[in-house]
Design a protein around this ligand. Structure first.
Ligand SMILES: C[C@](O)(CO)[C@H](O)COP(=O)(O)OP(=O)(O)OC[C@H]1O[C@@H](n2ccc(N)nc2=O)[C@H](O)[C@@H]1O
Ligand SMILES: Nc1ncnc2c1ncn2[C@@H]1O[C@H](COP(=O)(O)OP(=O)(O)OP(=O)(O)O)[C@@H](O)[C@H]1O
Length: 280
């Protein structure tokens, strides 16, 4: 079974509280982009094995796709085994939910492949055990995500917009990004309702005005280059520019493909990985 595991960008990320276990309560708008990993599932007699076309991705129990297979096997009592192969196209530790989306694909794929009969809600509950972004990855599209990310409200699709992703040559740990954040210092939160209105009207001026990510400033403190990448993305004509998730990927949303294509060479300087994609 071959599955497409799509990346996401954050059109916003607001932090509204903190749980006793250290997890942050969020209000964020997530958007799927066309960029995806390919996850190939093959039945084997027993056990779990994993391979990946990129050497820097772990292929043992540390891989979240491996953990997803283990979890769904335990939850369903499945005795057959599985081989997972990942063709990795999504940059790693990038704020694009690369690992979470592979895990979501394994949960969804194995449920279908072995007719395990788990409901969508049951899959989401299993996904949440693996990571806060997994329930959204099972859903996809344009969505408001609350709680730690698991309370999902589907929104009118903001699909069809041209996006350029700019990933500088380093990763950011999600844990460190949240760890550096101080809620008491925040004076102005994201105007999520207004952003949702702008998205529903496909109003790029409004999206530009209201899209915000509260992790952006804390991550820029450690990696100031993210700020200059944002400025460069704006200069190439992007209508909306923001850091995705816990970073370091910065994205630009462009009015049309021609402007985006012209931006690619300029943004590729300084060792950045640059990917042309679109919202879906
Ligand atoms: C930054 C985002 O990608 C935005 O969508 C997510 O909030 C992160 O989701 P994720 O990578 O699936 O996160 P997890 O793997 O569950 O958690 C990694 C670490 O991030 C922090 N974390 C994560 C989610 C959340 N709502 N609050 C947090 O404080 C915790 O310290 C946790 O140990
Ligand atoms: N299937 C996987 N794909 C990519 N990275 C994985 C995978 N499984 C485990 N990892 C490890 O997880 C870490 C985070 O990578 P990932 O790409 O999931 O981060 P991210 O894009 O920032 O995710 P998020 O946006 O959900 O925080 C990396 O250090 C990587 O080695």
């Amino acid at each position: 079974m071959i599955l497409k595991a799509y990346a996401k960008i954050n059109l916003s990320l607001d932090i509204v509280g903190k749980r006793d276990d250290g997890y942050h309560l969020l209000e964020m708008i997530m958007q799927t982009v066309e960029l995806h990993d390919e996850v190939i599932l093959t039945e084997r007699t027993s056990g779990i094995s994993l391979s990946c076309d990129k050497a820097y991705v772990p292929v043992d129990e540390r891989n979240i796709a491996y953990k997803a297979a283990k979890l769904i096997m335990e939850a369903s009592g499945l005795t057959s085994g599985i081989h997972i192969h990942i063709n990795k196209n999504i940059p790693v530790a990038a704020g694009l939910a690369g690992g979470s989306t592979d895990a979501a694909a394994v949960l969804k794929g194995m449920n279908a492949m072995f007719s395990l009969g788990l409901s969508h809600e049951e899959l989401k509950a299993l996904g949440l055990k693996l990571g806060a972004d997994v329930p959204y990855c099972l859903e996809g599209g344009t969505a408001l995500c609350e709680g730690v990310g698991e309370r999902i409200t589907k929104l009118k699709s903001f699909g069809g917009h041209v996006v350029v992703l700019v990933k500088p040559p380093f990763g950011v740990s999600t844990k460190d990004a949240y760890g550096a954040f101080n809620l008491e210092k925040i004076k102005r939160h994201v105007e999520t309702e207004k952003l949702m209105d702008s998205l529903a009207k496909d109003d790029l001026n409004g999206v530009h005005y209201y899209s915000r990510n509260l992790l952006e400033n804390v991550v820029i403190q450690s990696y100031p280059v993210i700020k200059s990448i944002k400025q460069r993305v704006v200069k190439t004509g992007a209508r909306v520019t923001l850091m995705s998730g816990s970073g370091p990927t910065v994205y630009g949303i462009y009015e049309n493909k021609e402007t985006a294509v012209r931006a690619l060479d300029e943004l590729r300087k300084n060792g950045n990985e640059v990917i042309l994609t679109e919202t879906v």
